[in-house]
Every structure is written in C-alpha cells, then in structure tokens.
Design a protein around this ligand. Structure first.
Ligand code: SF4
Length: 263
C-alpha cells in the first residue's frame, strides 16, 4: 500500500511502511481461537482510514521522531502511562537533559529521580519503575529480551511496557493497548467488555493484535492513540468529524446529529 502522497505532516511515514508483515509475538495471532470475533471485513478500511488520517493529523512528539533512540521511546512509554501525551511531551526535554541514558537513571538515587519526576505526578512510583527497568537493561548490556515472559519478569515491566519493548526494540506487531485504544476499539467493533481489566479481556486483546497486522504496526498504534485522544474521547466523542464514522458501530447506532451535506 502506498501512502507516499498522504504523508504531508510525517515525512518519514512512507519510508517506514513496508508490505512485509512484522514479526508477531508468538501466539498473538492465534489469540482469536475459540473467540467469537467480529467480522474482520472491517479491518482493511479501518487500517486504511486510520493511516490516511494519521498522515494528515497525527501528533508530533519527540519519541516519534525517526531518529528517536530506543531509550527515548521506551522511557516515554513508561511516563505516558496514566499521563497525557502533551504533558509528557512538555516534560521530556528537561528530563532527557538530566537523564540522557539508562546509565544515568541507574546512577542516581531513587529519591532524586522521584524529585525530577514530580512535575508529571505519580513520581515515586515512576521513579521506582524507571530505575528498576534501567538497572535490568544495563545489567543485560542493552539487550532487550524477545520473550514476553522474560520481559514481564523484569521488575516494573507490565503488559503495556513489554508490548512497547517488543514493538520498538524487535519490530514485533504488538499493540500499545491502553484504556484509550480500548475505548476506540470497543466502540468501533462493538466489543462487549468481557473483563474490567483490559489486560485480561481476550476479545479486546485479540482485536487489538488484529488491527495492527500488515507491516505498519507502529503507525497504526500511534494513529489509534491519537484518534482516541482527539476524536474518540471518553465522553462526547466527536463522531461527526471522525474519519471512521461511516463504518463505526457506535456512530451508526448512537443518536448523533447527521452530517451536514452541502447543497
Ligand atoms: S465514529 Fe465516534 S465512536 Fe466511532 S471511532 Fe470515531 S469518534 Fe469513536
């Protein structure tokens, strides 16, 4: 698929898109076995519209730049949990000046690191998580495990950060599934929650993996996160201006004012 003509705001967009599917976490694609999945006919238009929209309207953050290091990408994902991307984006430059490498996170006291993280909240917990992750990565000489179980055995690495490491370090097709992406997927595909905790909702997890198949996993992840933040908000989603509105279950079944048609 060629997105070259649609990548006005992301000059590196076309370069990184390939038609070769990325490596997939073992078992992820078989996750649909035994699950009553919604029709996958909607997947291709879903991906296409998302990527088109992202090329024009995707948000720019330092961790998304093509030359962003693995360190920057993974640290930002740790900080993005439970925090708005714009808040992390404003905070990152000063943080990276103070802590430019995993080693600098190891060689500081946890209390000093917590103080540095105070402006974005949850600072004690984040300091502990970041430092334990940094210690492990330095101990492993910057070799990131490829195995999910091994990754999740690292202190402070949960499903979300493990997915981010697999996605960015190993080009594995893993979803950055958080509550925002979950909201979008549930509305669009009409996924009835089977578990309150999204980590254990097998249907949601399976659809999250399926939506990012096809070789553009990083961009599809970012596109879903951006669309959820800018259109598919928790309350009052702006369906009328959403690029997915024509095929979205929620939009088609909600009392949303009809689109104005030019006469
Ligand atoms: S049409 Fe509405 S509910 Fe559907 S994805 Fe877009 S904003 Fe969300």
């Amino acid at each position: 698929m060629n997105y070259r003509c649609r990548q006005r705001r992301f000059p590196y967009f076309a370069m990184e898109i390939s038609n070769t599917p990325g490596k997939s976490q073992k078992g992820a694609r078989e996750g649909g076995k035994g699950i009553n999945l919604p029709s996958t006919r909607k997947l291709a238009p879903f991906r296409g519209k998302l990527l088109d929209w992202f090329g024009e309207h995707g948000r720019h953050f330092a961790w998304r730049e093509p030359d962003a290091s693995l360190y920057v990408r993974i640290v930002s994902e740790v900080l993005l949990q439970r925090t708005r991307a714009e808040t992390v984006s404003a905070f990152m430059p000063s943080f990276l000046r103070e802590y430019p490498t995993w080693e600098t996170l190891v060689n500081v006291s946890e209390s000093a690191l917590a103080e540095s993280l105070r402006p974005i909240g949850l600072y004690r917990r984040r300091a502990s998580s970041l430092q334990r992750l940094a210690q492990e990565i330095v101990r492993r000489k910057h070799i990131y495990p490829t195995d999910r179980e091994e990754l999740e055995s690292i202190p402070a690495v949960g499903q979300y950060v493990a997915n981010a490491i697999l996605l960015f370090a190993h080009a594995s097709e893993t979803p950055l599934l958080d509550s925002s992406m979950a909201r979008l997927l549930r509305r669009y595909f009409n996924l009835i929650p089977t578990k309150a905790d999204i980590r254990y909702d097998k249907l949601l997890q399976t659809m999250a993996y399926k939506t990012i198949e096809g070789g553009t996993a990083i961009f599809l992840n970012w596109a879903m996160l951006d669309l959820a933040a800018l259109h598919c908000k928790p309350t009052s989603p702006s369906c009328n201006t959403c690029p997915l509105r024509r095929s979205c279950h929620f939009a088609k079944n909600s009392p949303v004012p009809p689109l104005r048609v030019a006469t």
